[in-house]
Design a protein around this ligand. Structure first.
Ligand SMILES: NC(=O)c1ccc[n+]([C@@H]2O[C@H](COP(=O)([O-])OP(=O)(O)OC[C@H]3O[C@@H](n4cnc5c(N)ncnc54)[C@H](OP(=O)(O)O)[C@@H]3O)[C@@H](O)[C@H]2O)c1
Length: 208
């Protein structure tokens, strides 16, 4: 099963416009690889859908170098309890796991189990990050931090696959829309145009 970290170790030159490289600035990043339909994990935390995509060269090194601490939730940790697998082993550092029941978590080197408010958890992680960024690897915690105004950037690598089921980046039925702005030099309200075709449709059978 694929270890969950937001960027694959497979990279090659990209043909599309890319964001500027991420910088280490004590930021709180909600950072994921996400399916085109908004899922960051499949049903039951499955991650096998994340293979077979390419990312710009140096992306793993870029995020490994700018990340000072990781904050995740107990479900993600229980599904993949391996602190050494973040960024395919390219990153080592303090990893914090938020849970209401830290007492039944088997101890793991480099991992601190926290039982506190999400805001307090991120404060602890920011301090541990030593000026680098904190990456929030949890949709549930990210939503809590977003509500408190504690997410600096939502940093997504959107991959060409539709999952239809699983764990959404932002699951908030009945909630109000949360408006965002683009973080680059262009129009901050710009829509992103993507154009794909289903791999399962043979070109000769497609209706044009
Ligand atoms: N696509 C990607 O790039 C990527 C990257 C990283 C992770 N992921 C995936 O993201 C998924 C994360 O799943 P998820 O968001 O559903 O679960 P999660 O955040 O990992 O875990 C939810 C659990 O965290 C604990 N928690 C959350 N907020 C808390 C609070 N305020 N106080 C105390 N405990 C709190 C609770 O655990 P207790 O029940 O113990 O109290 C809660 O049930 C995983 O499947 C992971 O593999 C994807």
């Amino acid at each position: 099963m694929e270890t969950p970290h937001p960027v694959s170790t497979r990279t090659h030159a990209t043909s599309g416009a890319e964001m500027a490289p991420q910088t280490a600035a004590g930021k709180v990043l909600w950072h994921f690889t996400m399916s085109l339909d908004g899922f960051v994990a499949g049903p039951g935390h499955t991650m096998d859908w994340m293979t077979g995509f390419s990312f710009r060269p140096g992306l793993v090194e870029e995020y490994a170098a700018t990340t000072g601490a990781v904050l995740g939730g107990r479900d993600g940790w229980d599904a993949f309890p391996d602190a050494g697998a973040v960024y395919g082993g390219a990153w080592q550092g303090p990893l914090f796991v938020l849970t209401h029941h830290p007492e039944d978590a088997p101890p793991a080197a480099g991992v601190t189990f926290l039982s506190c408010d999400a805001a307090e958890a991120v404060r602890i992680a920011v301090e541990a990050a030593g000026g680098k960024n904190v990456e929030v690897f949890s949709p549930t915690i990210g939503r809590q931090l977003l509500e408190r105004g504690l997410i600096d950037e939502i940093d997504l690598h959107i991959v060409p696959v539709l999952l239809g089921d699983g764990i959404r980046l932002f699951d908030h039925p009945g909630g109000a829309p949360v408006r965002l702005e683009r973080l680059d030099d262009g129009d901050r309200t710009a829509a992103v145009n993507v154009r794909y075709r289903p791999l399962t449709t043979a070109p000769s059978q497609s209706v044009r």
